[in-house]
Write a protein of this length. Structure first.
Length: 307
């Protein structure tokens, strides 16, 4: 089977199911596992991800107003690859090619190609999508085993922290300029790790918030997880951000409990590594109770910094 993946989380899932050799096309963002980055890239961005967050937001908003996709599909390359299966998503058009662009490319293919579209909004739906990928690729048993392992790992963490006191009030910032809080599975991850997400809405899209809302929420922990950024980029962008004066009295700043994390690796992409993301959060919230997993990466970015 020849498979093209148009989203990084699906690429991770396909490799985790032992289908790396069957993957014949990916996106420019597919970087895990490392060998995925050596596959042909079928998408190119119309927004420069290296621009400052405010500039990226303006460009994304401009394209959205015009009804244009943020990514262009290399239809010629897709046609030459002629896949049997394309895995994509319709949850967030910021994160993938638009359905219209994909349909136009599909009409050029020399044979009928199956399209599997994923749109998870919760951890359960992420694990169920792993099973759907397994069914579509003849790896049903492997997918069931992987999904069950991830479910059990998260359940073990949840049980460990259930009676831990206190469960901190947590703010998860998915973008810094303008300010957005994480949605969909992020508030659920916070809860399972032993925290209380003060502004995110489980199962709902990320949303823009004001500095006054953040001040009123009075978070005890702030997690910086900009969508599309790795840990180093997150640390760099936060260092350059203007922190509101209204935040100076927040418990999180007073205690130096503001953390940058590798959003690309463990939070933004709805794939297998979300389970490790829950583990990272649990260590941040309850460091004495749950030590970090070997290889887990997080970074404390504020310690006595003034607003």
């Amino acid at each position: 089977m020849r498979i093209c993946s148009l989203l990084p989380s699906a690429t991770e899932t396909l490799f985790a199911l032992g289908l790396g050799d069957s993957v014949v096309g990916v996106t420019h963002e597919c970087d895990f596992p490392p060998e995925a980055a050596r596959k042909p890239a079928l998408l190119r961005p119309r927004v420069d991800p290296q621009e400052p967050p405010a500039a990226v937001d303006r460009r994304v908003s401009e394209l959205a107003r015009r009804g244009e996709s943020l990514y262009a599909i290399d239809a010629d390359l897709l046609c030459s690859i002629s896949p049997d299966l394309i895995v994509t998503q319709d949850l967030c058009h910021v994160c993938a090619a638009s359905p219209g662009d994909l349909q136009a490319a599909l009409r050029r293919l020399p044979k009928r190609t199956r399209v599997l579209s994923l749109s998870p909004r919760s951890l359960r739906e992420v694990w169920d999508d792993i099973r759907r990928v397994g069914e579509a690729t003849g790896r049903k048993r492997e997918a069931q085993a992987l999904a069950l392992t991830l479910e059990q790992r998260v359940a073990t963490i949840e049980n460990r922290v259930r009676n831990a006191a206190p469960h901190p009030r947590v703010l998860c910032l998915e973008w810094l300029d303008p300010l957005y809080v994480g949605g969909h599975w992020i508030p659920e991850m916070v809860a399972k790790a032993g925290g209380e997400d003060v502004l995110g809405r489980a199962g709902q899209p990320s949303r823009r918030v004001s500095t006054d809302e953040i001040a009123a929420a009075d978070p005890q922990v702030i997690v910086i997880l900009p969508c599309g950024y790795d840990l180093d980029r997150t640390v760099r962008e936060f260092a350059e951000a203007q922190i509101a004066v209204a935040w100076s009295a927040l418990p999180a700043l007073r205690a130096g409990r503001v953390f940058a994390v590798d959003a690309n690796g463990y939070f933004s992409r709805p794939g297998p590594r979300l389970a490790e993301g829950v583990s990272i959060l649990a260590h941040i919230f309850h460091p004495g109770l749950l030590p970090p997993e070997p290889g887990s990466r997080f970074h404390q970015v504020l310690a006595g910094r003034r607003a």
